[in-house]
Design a protein around this ligand. Structure first.
Ligand code: ADP
Ligand code: ZN
Length: 221
């Protein structure tokens, strides 16, 4: 079966964390557009040089470039059984292009998981976020809610924990703004197709990633 899931939601809602759990549960690969860009930047590739400025500002990488990069990734053989897209599409134009691309390849989106979190909680989560630098691990910690046992060290693999460069209060504001103006309209696009599953993920109501992932697995049965 060809499962194509899309993770939607503002920065810091936990798209990556939920995608990670779903990836294990469902046995399909999760692809993060942000990770692809960050890897290119750290490896100083042509792509990295092109996108660096956008990530630093919390602005979106131009559609044409993003679409080209993601479509190339989608053709790789490890995604034959399906994919969880984390961070793509992020504009209505990207969503339309993805539709076209998938239908040309005889595929379609299975479900769009839209994560909803109160804004104050988002900012608090992002400034306290630390991520395992081991690319095969990428476990996310929160210095307040879910700190690692040893400061700066990943519980899972012993890797070094790092803070993303764009996880500062100033850049978060701009990322959130970008989200509301450019990405949120996608909700309507998928809602009209009957594909949108919106669900809360919030400390306040004690509903976090494992529970959300469980509900998604149930929903897909
Ligand atoms: P978050 O959801 O926490 O903001 P991501 O890792 O998904 O983080 O994205 C980080 C940055 O990468 C974004 O701020 C943007 O600059 C760029 N980016 C990621 N995905 C896309 C996309 N689909 N289109 C344009 N830019 C993107
Ligand atoms: Zn780790």
């Amino acid at each position: 079966m060809d499962m194509i899931l899309i993770m939607l939601g503002a920065p810091g809602t936990g798209k990556g964390t939920v995608a990670g759990i779903l990836s294990k549960e469902l046995g399909i690969v999760s692809v993060s557009s942000g990770d692809i860009f960050r890897k290119a930047i750290s490896e100083k590739t042509e792509l990295g040089k092109e996108v660096e400025g956008y990530l630093a500002k919390g602005a979106l990488v131009p559609d044409e470039l993003t679409i080209r990069v993601i479509e190339a990734r989608l053709l790789e053989p490890d995604l034959e059984n399906g994919v969880i897209l984390d961070g793509f599409p992020r504009t209505t134009h990207q969503a339309e292009e993805l539709e076209k691309f998938l239908s040309e390849n005889g595929k379609s989106v299975t479900k769009v998981i839209n994560l909803v979190t109160p804004e104050e909680e988002i900012v608090e989560r992002i400034v306290n976020r630390r991520i395992c630098s081991n690319q095969n691990c990428k476990t996310v910690f929160n210095m307040k809610l879910n700190p690692p046992k040893v400061t700066g060290v990943c519980d899972e693999c012993g890797g070094e924990l790092i803070q993303r460069k764009d996880d500062t209060e100033e850049v978060i504001k701009s990322r959130l703004n970008t989200y509301y103006t450019e990405t949120a309209p996608i909700e309507k696009f998928y809602e009209e197709k009957g594909l949108l599953y919106s669900t809360q993920i919030s400390q306040r109501v004690n509903r976090l990633a494992p529970e959300v992932a469980k509900d998604v697995v149930e929903l897909l049965k």
